[in-house]
Write a protein that binds this ligand. Structure first.
Ligand code: ADP
Length: 189
């Protein structure tokens, strides 16, 4: 058994998707063991989204190519044409979006839960996500509009990407589970 973290992002909350998302999780044979509304601080999200330079460079380079295709000046869109700095701007926009309202956090448990919940969420870009995934079914955002509107991609949910992220993120968002039960170990149990 494994547990993993899901956050329902502000657009998912605004569209009242907690119930439908929970049903998709349960239909996949997984269980939501804990859930709560959270009002996170900026520093809590800064620790959660501690991206390395490789992530920033990848995202920055992807956006530079898109700017070229769309005939947009990256200096106008991001205030810089350096890929890592573009990655930093996108991270800042992501944190602004995540802070825009209270959100919901789920602990989800099941066999191979980390990968299965990741698959159930679908591609980062909803327009490219499969229709039977959460992002494909409930989201519609693509890569271009966020550049023009100087905002993050809105994609309904966050889910832990791998074992290390799940371990860190469960402790980060649900510390009470660990302090109430000193033997609590959702990843290995
Ligand atoms: P995921 O959430 O699918 O694991 P990442 O960890 O790579 O994706 O990115 C974190 C979040 O940052 C995404 O869910 C999305 O909201 C936002 N994001 C990622 N790439 C971009 C981008 N190119 N432009 C705007 N926002 C982005």
């Amino acid at each position: 058994m494994q547990s993993t973290l899901m956050l329902i992002k502000p657009d998912g909350i605004e569209k009242n998707l907690e119930g439908p998302i929970k049903r998709m999780i349960e239909d996949a044979g997984l269980v939501v063991t804990h859930e709560k509304e959270i009002h996170p601080t900026r520093s809590h999200f800064e620790a959660h989204y501690a991206f390395d330079d490789e992530w920033k460079r990848n995202v920055g380079e992807g956006n530079l190519s898109l700017c070229e295709k769309m005939n947009i000046d990256p200096n106008e869109a991001f205030g810089t044409n350096d890929p890592i700095e573009i990655g930093d701007v996108i991270r800042d926009r992501l944190i602004e979006y995540m802070l825009s309202r209270p959100i919901k956090a789920f602990v989800i448990q099941g066999e191979d839960a980390i990968q299965r919940v990741r698959n159930l969420s679908g591609s980062t870009v909803p327009a490219r996500a499969e229709p039977d995934t959460i992002r494909g079914r409930f989201g519609s955002d693509a890569n271009e509009q966020p550049i023009l509107e100087k905002r993050s991609i809105q994609n309904i949910v966050h889910t832990s990407g791998n074992f290390e992220e799940a371990d860190f993120e469960l402790k980060h968002w649900f510390p009470e589970l660990y302090s109430q039960d000193l033997n609590y170990n959702p990843i290995l149990s």
